[in-house]
Ligand binder design. Structure first.
Ligand SMILES: [Zn+2]
Length: 420
């Protein structure tokens, strides 16, 4: 459907001449025989492009053929209502920034006052994709890029761009981080996959390079296909897939360990309730679930610190707060399993309490101080907001600028109590 321009559109007028005006057949100087008027959007505003069309005045073969200005194609593609700059802008937002069509449409309208339908943007994106793929596979460019490369590493993987789509199989070369080609396969039979690997082999041969390694998730079809087409090339399990597969059992075991630990560490609210009663403060009424195992996301009534912050009760409350923070911390993936961190943090709390008890029995404060750095920095991954109180006084906070965590808080409280 032709683009509808509002009547009051203010077009910039651009004129284009044919540069080489000698008739390609007889060589005579050509005449202007007609004009072609085009209207399109550029990022600088609407443009009216006037193309002067030429033909040979003679009755030679060249007379029948109309010549268009050579530069027209470099400004806007035929039949498009946008110039190259808008076209590239759309393609870049779509493929580099992953914007949706609606977002592109809104931004074009807001920023550049360019109003185009979603359908048209969809078509422009398709054309952009085709051009990009063609350029990506252009043999001359490719050879140029691999000129100084001795050995290449290839990888194949299937991915689903969106749920319900057929799987897109992508062959990439890793030394130059370049997607070689991609093809959607409705059924990834061994035969189909092998066809893709054979295509990669053609590319390798045309580049005349040695393949050092193949990487994949070692699906059967990949294993057989690569073995058949590249018999002497090693084929390794991609470390990303490897980690992902290993992560599942690790996290399962870790989560089980967390449940066990939470079962052991109970009764926090009961302790807090007792302390608050002793302090004469009113304890929250809903204490029936006091012994329930603390779980992540459970709303915990805030326990306000009493004015006597350095009293033994306040220290107990702080310990409770720290422990609650530890058992509710679910952050961290397979590389920093939360259960492992919970175990480390809880044993630090236990050691800290033990140090306090030892001190009460008359242990040497000096030896206790020497033990403070036991707080490991490995457990310092952010675990939610912790109130900073006496920041700067602890050795730890001077060492690292990471947010203070409950364990660090425990150490500070423990030390403070040791001064009493
Ligand atoms: Zn002619």
């Amino acid at each position: 459907m032709p683009y509808h321009w509002p009547k009051d559109t203010d077009f910039a007028l651009w004129e284009l001449d044919v540069l080489d005006r000698d008739c390609p057949v007889c060589g005579r100087f050509m005449h202007i025989c007609d004009h072609r008027y085009r209207h399109f959007h550029s990022l600088e505003g609407p443009v009216e492009l006037v193309c002067k069309l030429n033909h040979c005045p003679d009755a030679c073969q060249g007379h029948k053929k109309t010549i268009s200005p050579e530069l027209e194609m470099t400004i806007a593609l035929p039949k498009m209502a946008i110039a190259w700059d808008v076209f590239c802008w759309i393609g870049h937002r779509r493929f580099s920034r992953h914007w949706s069509i609606a977002q592109i449409q809104a931004e074009l309208s807001d920023q550049y006052h360019i109003k185009i339908s979603a359908d048209s943007i969809g078509r422009y994106i398709q054309s952009y994709q085709v051009m990009l793929a063609a350029r990506q596979e252009y043999p001359t460019t490719l050879r140029q890029q691999y000129k100084s490369v001795d050995e290449i590493i290839l990888c194949i993987d299937g991915l689903q761009p969106e749920k319900g789509h057929e799987t897109l199989y992508v062959v990439r070369e890793l030394t130059q981080k370049r997607v070689w080609f991609a093809e959607p396969l409705i059924s990834a039979t061994a035969q189909e996959v092998r066809r893709l690997i054979a295509r990669a082999k053609q590319w390798v041969e045309s580049l005349d390079k040695k393949v050092g390694l193949w990487l994949s998730d070692r699906q059967d079809a990949f294993v057989t296909g690569i073995a058949a087409e590249f018999p002497d090339v090693p084929h390794r399990y991609c470390d990303n897939h490897f980690l992902r597969d290993v992560a599942k059992p690790v996290l399962e075991v870790d989560s089980h360990a967390k449940v066990t630990m939470r079962k052991k560490v109970r009764g926090l609210r009961k302790i807090e309730q007792t302390v608050l009663k002793q302090q004469g403060a009113e304890a929250p009424k809903d204490m029936t679930a006091a012994d329930a195992q603390p779980t992540a996301g459970v709303e915990v009534p805030a326990v306000s610190s009493s004015p006597k912050t350095d009293s033994a009760e306040a220290v107990v409350l702080d310990y409770c707060a720290a422990v609650r923070g530890i058992v509710n911390d679910d952050q961290g993936g397979p590389l920093h399993p939360p259960g492992l961190r919970m175990a480390e943090a809880l044993s630090e709390v236990r050691e800290s309490i033990q140090r306090n008890l030892d001190e009460k029995k008359g242990g040497s404060p000096r030896s206790n101080l020497a033990a403070w750095p036991v707080v490991s920095t490995e457990v310092s991954t952010p675990c939610g907001p912790t109130t900073r109180r006496s920041e700067g006084t602890s050795r730890r906070s001077r060492k690292s600028r990471q947010p203070l965590n409950p364990e660090a808080a425990v150490v500070r409280f423990a030390r403070r109590s040791s001064r009493n």
